[in-house]
Design a protein around this ligand. Structure first.
Ligand code: FAD
Length: 325
């Protein structure tokens, strides 16, 4: 596309955003946070990246639907934001409607008479673990220390200590980007290592979780403490997005990076952690470009040393890694 033809495209896009904002604002209550050009970096654990063209924290299902339908009609992209713990936000930000379920409406934790638990997608995993412990529900301990919420954990099928999110899921309530609601049983969903296919094009609103068993809060707490100790000993304290690469079959990405002599390697303020080689940490003022540069460097060195192509686990928000690597 030539520079000359780009300008009208950008103008049209900007006009579509302005029209979207004008159309949707009157449909929202004051309880819904709604802002243009909201900075996203501070909403992530890596703490890098630019603004969202439009950002909203809907306070109800109805308002979420208004936002989705208005964006869908104009062909404007929608992106979900959880607690931003598995993301690198590009320095230029994202030209999209970024939705977060941070409002308390999405944070429910409701044990049911049949023993299952209804949770909202905005509930922090830390709170899920704490509330499940108090309720004497076992099976969620492995989620302690994963700094995301239920929605992000479903989309990523987050896992640790030999368990993963979909081990404890019975069904998921989701809304398509066109605003249609449905409930899907786990058996109908396609989940894999750090992946849930249905949530590429839909939003998880909540889930019904199935505890593994009942147990006393003290027993459950003991297991959580063991996992917490493991994390404290093996993970860096600086801002990061967790493990940057997926483990290739049969080996660990951290070991490959360590063996390639990359601990402490830097691009700008992005550094391969000396504590855990599969973490890139932000040493203060890293940019998204620094992190992408370091990801490139690590991949090239591991490919040279071992012939293995490391695949990022962390998502590049609104873009595909293959387009920048
Ligand atoms: C210190 C540290 C330790 C970590 N340890 C682990 C670990 O042990 N195991 C592990 O698996 N991960 C780990 N992570 C990574 C991360 O915490 C998980 O991937 C987590 O599940 C991401 O949740 P989030 O709410 O932060 O999602 P985000 O990072 O905000 O988003 C991740 C993806 O989920 C999508 N998403 C968010 N909410 C929804 C929703 N409601 N509906 C549909 N899509 C949605 C987003 O669009 C994005 O595609 C760690 C990260 C850090 C910083």
């Amino acid at each position: 596309m030539s520079a000359i033809s780009k300008i009208p495209d950008l103008d049209l896009r900007e006009a579509a955003w302005n029209e979207f904002v004008a159309a949707v604002r009157p449909l929202l209550t004051p309880a819904t946070r709604f802002a243009e050009r909201e900075m996203l970096g501070p909403k992530t654990t890596m703490r890098v990246g630019g603004p969202a063209r439009v950002y909203a924290e809907p306070a109800s299902v109805g308002e979420l639907r208004h936002l989705l339908v208005a964006a869908h009609r104009r062909g404007l992209p929608v992106l979900m934001l959880g607690r931003g713990s598995n993301l690198v936000i590009p320095d230029a930000g994202v030209d999209g409607l970024v939705l977060s379920l941070a409002h308390e409406h999405w944070q429910k934790f409701e044990p049911q008479p049949d023993g299952r638990i209804c949770v909202g997608a905005g509930l922090r995993l830390k709170n899920l673990c704490g509330l499940a412990t108090k309720a004497g529900c076992k099976g969620f301990e492995f989620l302690e220390g994963i700094p995301g919420n239920v929605g992000g954990a479903l989309r990523m099928n987050a896992g640790a200590m030999g368990g993963w999110m979909f081990d404890v899921v019975a069904e998921v309530e989701l809304m398509s980007f066109a605003g249609e609601l449905r409930v899907m049983p786990k058996a109908a969903m396609h989940v894999d290592y750090r992946h849930c296919a249905e949530l590429h094009e839909a939003i998880a609103l909540g889930a019904v979780l199935q505890p593994a068993a009942s147990a006393g809060p003290t027993d459950i707490r003991r297991q959580i403490d063991v996992y917490q100790k493991k994390r404290v000993e093996s993970q860096p304290r600086e801002p990061s997005a967790g493990c940057i690469f997926k483990n290739p079959p049969g080996t660990s990405a951290g070991r490959l990076i360590d063996e390639a002599g990359l601990k402490g390697e830097r691009v700008g303020d992005a550094e391969v952690s000396a504590v855990h080689a599969n973490f890139i940490v932000n040493r203060g003022h890293a940019t998204s470009a620094d992190i992408i540069g370091l990801v490139r460097k690590i991949r090239a060195r591991v490919k040279d040393a071992r012939g293995i192509d490391l695949e990022p686990e962390v998502l590049l928000y609104g873009q595909e890694w293959r387009d920048v690597l």
